[in-house]
Design a protein around this ligand. Sequence first.
Ligand code: SER
Length: 388
Amino acid sequence: MDTETMVRTFVEYVEERGHRRISGSTLLPPPGDPVLFTTSGMHPLTPHLEGRPHPLGRRLVNVQRCLRTTDLEEVGDATHLTVFEMLGTWSLGDYEGPRSLDWGYRLLTEGLGVDPGMLYATVYAGDDRTGPDTASLEVWQELGVPVELTVEDNWWSNGPVGPCGPDSEIFLWSGDTPPRSTPTRDDRWVEVWNHVMMRHRRLENGSLVPLPQRNVDTGLGLERLASLLQGKSSVFECDVFDPWRRIVPALWPLDEPSLRLAYDHLRSAVVVLGDGVRPGNTGRGYVLRRLLRRVLTVLWRDDPSRSLGDLPDELVSHTLHHCRQTGDPREVRRVLLEEERRFHHLLIRGRHLLARPRFQGPLSDEDFRYLHDTHGLPRELVTSLREE
Ligand code: SER
């Protein structure tokens, strides 16, 4: 099953159960929101989880692109991407967790063809503030799915304050032996779908108060699910990356970790550009700049003549099309090339500056400040130039 069919199966299944599809899915959070990018499907819905009525009603579904820079160092492993898509469902004060889990199980097994024997669930064990999530535990026991109870791993929040709650996570076995052990003891159990019983709000002082309504917020990582259903051993091998895997290794013969970084960061950069962000020295623009500089650093490590201009239009347009973005692929490529030129000049200037006697010994904070403020050289770039 390709990812498009998975999305359609998912959306149709929950639409048949009264959910309405939200149309927007930009990475940019609404104005006034302090975070740089949408990091999960629930993010744009925060006010509605806190009680504000949603124009589409109490049951919602969405395919939300998300960006997580917290996972940047993990990119390249089998399951983490910088930009990924999350299929999400919400009950805004409507049905409760057990129904969500029951539908989730049926959608995975009957709708998407997952072998029930390949599933494991985790459930919140409770602590001194909130009791165990016995309702979720009972659902899994009735369905015959093995369950592990945890405390920290089964509490979801988007930050230190705001809506939060116990969750129940569904794991799929990715190993090539029959399933064994449990999700916390064997990382061949891959988390695919998280159902959060979003009914508390954490205050500044750390205490929990009930939200005005009892919600359910679920998120299923599309590329993870796709790689497992397609029998692949990493997200980079699912069909979303088909054109990247076909084209990039032929252009640039890199080792596998570098290829994965290039696929991830370039694809993420295209999606970020497609949502209207442009490279800059602060905020969202700087995240984009860092992604591109990390790729260029890898590309130029063994061949400084490599260029983002080598990338065919097809890769850019495939990515924009997949994310239903309307940006012009030529404009995206123009920005990529301009950013590459800028980085190239910065590297030349940086090497030249760092050759000065003043910068031969250990650098002080003042040196770093001077290099950054006067010459536009970020600390991490200075550090990597000095390691050359
Ligand atoms: N908010 C939860 C998550 O990101 C479920 O959508 O995992």
